[in-house]
Design a protein around this ligand. Sequence first.
Ligand code: KG4
Ligand code: ZN
Length: 339
Amino acid sequence: MLVLGIESSCDETGLALYDTARGLLAHAVHSQTDLHEAYGGVVPELASRDHIRRIVPLLRGVLAEAGAAMKDIGAVAYTAGPGLAGALLAGAGFAEALALALKVPAVPVHHLEGHLLSPLLSAAPPRFPFVALLVSGGHTQLMRVSGAGHYALLGETLDDAAGEAFDKTAKLLGLGYPGGPALARMAEFGDATAYPLPRPLLRSGDLNFSFAGLKTAVLTQARKLGPNVCEQARADLAASTQAAIVDVLTAKALAALKATGLKQLVVAGGVSANQALRAALDAGAGAIGAEVFYPEMALCTDNGAMIAFAGAQRLTAAVTARQPAGRFGVKPRWALTEV
Ligand code: KG4
Ligand code: ZN
């Protein structure tokens, strides 16, 4: 079956076609970075309007790339939450209307389930059960995943998400939006031991995270350096910040493997693109005989492929969160353990 996936929860419009027999046939993403850059963050109303503008051209693009026609689509999966309400509604409204017109099922998908299952699209995928570290702009969670749709929360952030910590410290360092990739680039030229930043909850004995204090510590350090700070000091602070985030994520992910006795770790969400994090996790897992799985680089941040794939899993496993036709709704706040 050919499943169309539509992602519109934040500032990326992603569409993809996943075939349950042949795999991923096409995917395309339009990033709204340029649109929001001037404001230093995502402007929800502008995001919603842009999704509406982009969906149809992107759909035409993926259909052409896959050599498929509208009539070949067997189901339409879309992100129903969590995310920005207006942005979600743009995708959900289009998906439900298209499914109704084509007389095929519409499948609401949890955005984090999309991220979490995205490494299964890789050439060498993990097998259930595994531990998942979800690190995105809005979430930081450790899950025990025993199958598609079977998620047990092991720990999560008590305040800011890891991606948020990257974004906010990047902003403090004048690196603009989106901050994560910019901070990571700058960190490459810095000394990660230059500034002693806190590793919050590192020894808390549980699997929870906290990143709000780190941001305050970076702010204090940035103030000490003053407005005329040199490039090297900024790079050192970027590297020190990244190291603090990576240390905590790595320690807790390894602790989760130990606590569950599992040997496979899946890392997904935008921050899984971070090379320093990947290096630390690979080394740490290697030392205890465990293996780490990541999504393909292009599928780390928001995309339609992960939504099409998660939708296909839900359809084939018949564990749909489907709503009666014509009565769709989105869930801007939605826990993954509730799917
Ligand atoms: O999963 P995602 O695309 O959107 C959400 O669901 O939130 O994640 C976006 C987050 C942002 O906070 C962004 O700064 C971060 O992922 N990010 C990175 C990198 N690439 C994206 N953080 C650190 N290093 C990166 N290379
Ligand atoms: Zn995401």
